[in-house]
Design a binder for this molecule. Structure first.
Ligand code: HEM
Length: 324
């Protein structure tokens, strides 16, 4: 960890200590906390963030898009990878906790390169110390879809940050691009999603590209990797794909050799159930946008313990010591 990061962590710790003191004094005034369904300090954090959403949007825009870098694709990927470890069986993994800061998640091969995005978002945490890093990562992903011309993804603040990696999910929960339909179902059904949702979420590959140095795969899926539209589905369904002849892992290329598809992308075309939805999204961009907004909101927030705010103490850093 560089000196800059250490200094930042120190600053974050100081800010957190200040926030705890503020929360404690709020708690002293809030005598009914144990009876309340909504711990005052947690609710206050989420409410405050909601009120400042426009300012947070500007800070995220400054961090993600500048005159030389447009990191929107990576922001979408960070939000997804921080959320996509969820297991609905036991509620482990998921966006709350921002556990990708810790091992083993930080060193999972599937997350290679995402440290760049995590670092780019540090100034947002500095500007809004009361925001959880988990909220910043997911909010950035949701905004990045819109910054790229996609739909507005509904968003709820309220995630909390884990203090260490004790509850970080084990590696291997994210999808493996070298595999096919059965593997996609195993991974996404574990989170609670169905075939239509698997296809819809995969449409995020309309943004960005594969990097040989990160995943071993190489190339973009579409002509404009910075524009969120349904070109991924149009290319997948409309072009003829052949295995690329090269020294890398199996991936597919179109006749022009400009675009690529992963084996997992091709499963959306070859599997009978998946291909129906892929064709629908290729034909109807508005339908894709509508579904994508709903499903990606769900990936990022229904798997977040913030939802348990409605059921009582969310056991976050703020609540746990106060509501025990
Ligand atoms: C369906 C299973 C999926 C597999 C196997 C998969 C795999 C991959 C791989 C191998 C890369 C290339 C990484 C690199 O080399 O930098 C990638 C990039 C990307 N993925 Fe996925 N992914 C999946 C689903 C998703 C979902 C659900 C989302 C978002 C909702 C998503 C968003 C992205 C984005 C935006 C990029 C481009 C990142 C960049 O340009 O830096 N992926 N994915």
């Amino acid at each position: 960890m560089g000196n800059g990061s250490e200094k930042f962590l120190l600053e974050v710790n100081l800010a957190l200590t200040k926030q705890v003191l503020v929360s404690l004094s709020a708690h002293a005034l809030h005598t009914k906390c144990k009876l309340s369904k909504f711990p005052l300090h947690c609710r206050t954090m989420a409410d405050k963030a909601k009120m400042l959403d426009n300012a947070i949007e500007s800070a995220i825009r400054n961090a993600v898009v500048d005159y030389k870098v447009n990191a929107c694709p990576m922001a979408v990927r960070l939000a997804w990878h921080s959320s996509g470890t969820f297991d609905k069986k036991d509620g482990s993994g998921g966006s709350s906790g921002a556990t990708m800061r810790f091992e083993p998640e930080s060193t999972d091969d599937a997350n290679a390169g995402l440290n760049i995005m995590r670092d780019l978002l540090i100034p947002v945490k500095k500007q809004f110390p009361f925001l959880s890093i988990a909220d910043i990562w997911t909010r950035a992903g949701a905004f990045a879809v819109r910054f790229s011309g996609g739909p507005s993804v509904p968003f709820e603040y309220g995630r909390t940050d884990a203090r260490d990696g004790r509850n970080a999910p084990p590696n291997g929960r994210l999808p493996d691009a070298a595999q096919g339909a059965q593997h996609l179902r195993d991974i996404f059904y574990r989170m609670g999603f169905n075939d239509r949702e698997i296809v819809c979420l995969s449409g995020a590959h309309t943004l960005g590209r594969c990097h040989k140095s990160r995943s071993g795969f190489d190339g973009p899926w579409t002509a404009n990797p910075l524009k969120f539209d349904n070109s991924y589905f149009k290319n997948l369904m409309g072009l003829d794909w052949k295995p690329r002849k090269w020294d890398g892992p199996l991936q597919y290329e179109d006749p022009s050799g400009k675009y690529m598809m992963l084996p997992s992308d091709m499963a959306l075309k070859t599997d009978e159930s998946f291909r129906v939805f892929a064709q629908r999204y290729a034909d109807d961009e508005q339908l894709f946008f509508k579904d994508f907004a709903a499903v990606s909101c769900c990936v990022m927030s229904c798997v977040c313990r913030a939802s348990s705010l409605t059921a009582g103490c969310c056991e976050c850093f703020w609540c746990a010591p106060l509501c025990a």
